[in-house]
Design a protein around this ligand. Structure first.
Ligand code: CXF
Ligand code: ZN
Length: 369
């Protein structure tokens, strides 16, 4: 039997409330689980969305871009051991149709396993406070805490010479963007891509596209500092929609249209522009969270005659056990400088860090423990 740990966790008590750092207990790992001492964790927009209304049970320990050091492994865990440096990602069942098809981001059990706040096997809690259960198990980690429980399937071992503090975002936001370009849309050398929104996900899509030697990569982004960074990191063009209001005409002027587009904004009018920017046989990848009542914009006849489509993409169509090492390979080769998106904050400044992301001042906040 393993040992439970005393820990500090950032708790959201009710929808819209700020994070409060509280003393909790993290359970001992079960036979198929690992216990990880957190070293760094990114803040993803989904964490912020869940704090402010995306439906999750309250009170809850969020956080799903954790990185740390394994302290204990359950008896049935293979391939991982105490002392390993790891990145945590999302959970999947490994048995359903989509898991068998190697598409774990579309696991039929994705929501119970990643967003229900409890172990999907039996509804038990991994985090308690004064003996009472807290909702946790968020993306099978709840990494806004000094310790996390994960499963082998969402625990990815990485080399010890990597900067562990900042590696966590590879487990969600960065894999979501880069994977959308490379895995889901299949961007290849010479292909053109327009990315709407230059936040962490959009710029990761740009970095992924650059890593596979895409041709024209346009980033549409109103924040001037983000646009400047996009150009520094490899975008061939940046369009500021505050200055150039006819974005569609500008894309056509630059390159005649694009093979692929990615929307990270969730704004239907922006998606409509992205669809019209596609060349024949083009595909738009939808990544942004839309307003709850939004419907897909776009003229169907215009889509028909070009044979273009649009699809939502979850977690970049990634199998984290394969795609995280692939991104790390690019990073080591100097082709994927995701570290340039990151700004570190101490764990107890979680509210300030999230605020800096919401205002656009910081692209990818990472909390360090
Ligand atoms: C989430 C986005 C909302 C649906 C589940 C997956 N991705 C990452 O944060
Ligand atoms: Zn996320």
């Amino acid at each position: 039997m393993g040992t439970a740990r005393k820990a500090r966790a950032a708790v959201v008590r009710k929808t819209g409330a700020p994070w409060t750092i509280e003393d909790v207990e993290v359970a001992a790992p079960r036979e198929d689980e690992v216990l990880v001492r957190m070293v760094g964790t990114g803040i993803c927009h989904t964490d912020i969305a869940c704090r402010t209304g995306f439906p999750v049970p309250m009170p809850i320990v969020l956080g799903h871009e954790g990185a740390g050091v394994i302290e204990e492994v359950g008896a049935k865990v293979t391939g991982l051991k105490a002392g390993d440096h790891v990145v945590l990602s999302f959970d999947s069942c490994g048995k359903c149709h989509n898991c068998e098809q190697h598409q774990p981001a579309y696991c039929f059990d994705f929501y119970p396993r990643n967003l229900a706040g409890m172990r999907s096997a039996d509804g038990s809690a991994t985090v308690t406070e004064a003996g009472l259960p807290l909702n946790a198990v968020f993306f099978c980690q709840s990494s806004f805490a000094t310790y996390a429980i994960a499963r082998a399937v969402n625990t990815i071992r990485i080399d010890k010479d990597l900067p562990l503090e900042i590696m966590g975002p590879l487990g969600c936001g960065i894999q979501t963007g880069a994977g959308a370009a490379v895995n889901a849309l299949g961007v290849k050398a010479g292909d053109s891509l327009a990315i709407f929104g230059g936040g962490a996900v959009g710029l990761s899509a740009m970095l992924g596209a650059r890593a596979v030697n895409a041709g024209t990569v346009i980033v549409v982004e109103p924040n001037i500092a983000r646009g400047k960074l996009a150009l520094e990191l490899g975008a061939t063009h940046v369009i500021n929609p505050k200055e150039i209001t006819d974005v569609l005409a500008e894309i056509k002027r630059l390159c005649g249209g694009v093979n692929y587009a990615i929307d990270t904004t969730g704004i239907p009018a922006v998606m409509g522009v992205a669809i019209e920017a596609l060349l024949p046989r083009g595909m738009l990848g939808l990544l942004g969270v839309p307003p709850p009542d939004a419907t897909l914009p776009g003229n169907l006849f215009s889509m028909l005659v070009r044979g273009v489509g649009a699809r939502y993409i979850v977690e970049g169509d990634s199998d984290p056990q394969e795609f995280i090492p692939r991104m790390i390979g690019w990073y080591k080769a100097g082709k994927f400088p995701f570290d340039r998106l990151v700004k570190k904050f101490p764990f107890d400044q979680i509210n300030e860090a999230a605020h800096a992301s919401e205002t656009g001042e910081v692209i990818k906040p990472v909390l360090v423990f």
